[in-house]
Design a protein around this ligand. Structure first.
Ligand SMILES: [Zn+2]
Length: 503
């Protein structure tokens, strides 16, 4: 008997406890048919010789805003700009070189601007060359617009967080309305092209499955609609999470899950994370809960009745409490249907919340790149949250040791899409509550993600009968854990097909 494809490698990391390492895997169609360790390799109609490479079970990203990652990937890049002048130079360059009527720029970090001087509407008007300009903060929770762009939007009267003088949008509500307005102004063909760019980017980073959290910043859910049409023909495996507050409106998509990054609170540096105790550097505020308990309860209760998994964004301890209490109440009322309800971010839980989440079978999706980038000595987190709270932020290792299922993700475009930087952060953190073994870290980006979407019997490890998804690396994470972030992805295989190959 001959298999369709046989892959040989220096090492295959399987994520299967019974058989953690192999040297060859045989594939029939899109599924794994046999795995082995012996030097004698079975016959295959095709042989893929990767004997100088390390193959791991395909990596999964459990939290991506896929359409927006595509859109912002093609926008002007402000990540390196540390002064208002530099920002304006980059944006002016784009305004003068593009034919498009709308200029988006992404990666703006107001708090990092030299001398605290921010970009204003007036500055942007001077360089706009007649275009609409929106510059978007790196955390996706604020933006600055020029006059043309502001005029193209329809803000409700008395909305908070819109400064018509400076063009700065400082509330999530205002910023989301602006994003929504801009997305509507990108025509479908262009949008689809950007979405395809996202898929190619993800594949080039070794990602074989994405949990795409879409909607919320569109008027018509057009991103969900486009993805759903393309789903079967995509070279990547995609699970769609519909971020729609209106439960009935989401029914047309006929998905077994509801929500995604539906924001219960805001973000850290915007002082909008819902906290029990005030921010250290803004004692008059303890952040915001955006929705009433009744509204969230109503959504969760309906979804639970229909047997759908739910998912919400909750960063602060007060927001985590809101959603945990509601999950607990609904489970008590309707019974535990093992729906694996999710909490996204889970940035600042208390010990009791971690324990309760584990008891309720909650799945947490968080982004280790956040701590890799920001939790540095003398960094801004300490200023915002103080020592005790910074200590209990994002303790991934404590979570998994408490029995919580933690699925790794990027939150792209808020963070970079590269899963290796997340795995690197998990392995190399200097905090005991965070650092874990290479095997544990890989599990967070494979099997745990598959579990988070009810796919652990189909994906997430290299076992007979599962889909043939692999990420091929140039080096071995067990031998060079301190350099994982710099590994090169040589190839990405999805459903037994080569979906990306490095040149
Ligand atoms: Zn998100």
């Amino acid at each position: 008997m001959s298999f369709d494809l046989v892959i040989t490698a220096k090492k295959i990391i399987t994520m299967d406890e019974k058989n953690p390492i192999a040297t060859w895997v045989a594939i029939n169609g899109d599924k794994i048919a046999a795995i082995g360790n012996e030097t004698s390799v079975p016959e295959g109609k095709k042989i893929l010789d990767l004997t100088d490479k390390i193959v791991t079970t395909g990596l999964i990203d459990s939290h991506v805003h896929a359409a927006w990652t595509g859109i912002l990937g093609s926008s002007a890049n402000l990540l390196e700009a540390t002064s208002a002048k530099k920002v304006l130079d980059i944006v002016a360059e784009r305004c003068n070189s593009t034919k498009e009527d709308l200029v988006l720029a992404y990666g703006y970090l107001p708090m990092m601007m030299e001398k605290g001087i921010l970009v204003t509407k007036e500055d942007l008007d001077k360089i706009s060359n007649g275009k609409k300009i929106m510059i978007i903060n790196v955390d996706m929770h604020g933006s600055t617009l020029n006059t043309e762009a502001l005029n193209s939007l329809d803000f409700p009267k008395n909305i908070e967080g819109v400064n018509y003088e400076t063009g700065i949008l400082s509330s999530d509500t205002a910023h989301f309305i602006a994003l929504m307005g801009m997305l509507e102004q990108i025509d479908n063909e262009k949008l689809e092209e950007m979405m395809d760019n996202f898929v190619n980017q993800a594949l080039s980073l070794g990602i074989t499955t994405v949990h795409a959290l879409e909607g919320q910043t569109t008027k018509s859910n057009k991103d969900i609609r486009i993805w759903q049409r393309k789903l079967d023909s995509l070279p990547i495996h995609m699970i769609l999470y519909p971020q729609i507050w209106d439960y009935e409106a989401a029914k047309e998509f006929n998905l077994p899950r509801h929500g995604g990054c539906l924001t219960l609170d805001g973000a850290d540096v915007q002082w909008t994370m819902a906290l029990y105790e005030p921010y250290n550097n803004k004692p008059e505020t303890r952040g915001l809960l955006y929705h009433s308990d009744e509204e969230v309860y109503s959504l969760v209760s309906k979804a639970h009745t229909d047997g759908k998994q739910c998912s919400f964004h909750a960063m602060g301890d007060r927001a985590i409490d809101q959603i945990l209490s509601i999950y607990e109440q609904v489970i008590k009322e309707q019974g535990d249907k093992k729906l694996r309800h999710r909490i996204e971010h889970f940035t600042l839980p208390t010990d009791e919340q971690i324990k309760k989440a584990a008891e309720l079978g909650i799945v947490v999706s968080a982004q280790p790149e956040y701590t890799y980038l920001f939790d540095v000595p003398g960094g801004h987190l300490l200023e915002y949250f103080g020592k005790e709270r910074t200590e209990r932020m994002e303790c991934y290792k404590t979570w998994i040791d408490s029995g919580l299922v933690f699925a790794g993700g990027s939150d792209a475009p808020v963070n970079g899409l590269n899963p290796l930087s997340g795995i690197y952060a998990l392995v190399n953190s200097t905090k005991p509550g965070r650092s874990m073994s290479v095997t544990e870290a890989l599990k967070c980006y494979t099997l745990n993600c598959a579990y988070a979407a009810f796919e652990e019997n189909e994906r997430g490890s290299t076992e007979v009968g599962k889909y043939a998804d692999f990420t091929v690396l140039d080096r071995d994470p067990y031998l060079e854990p301190e350099d994982i972030v710099n590994f090169k992805v040589e190839m990405t295989i999805v459903n037994g097909k080569i979906a990306y190959e490095s040149k």
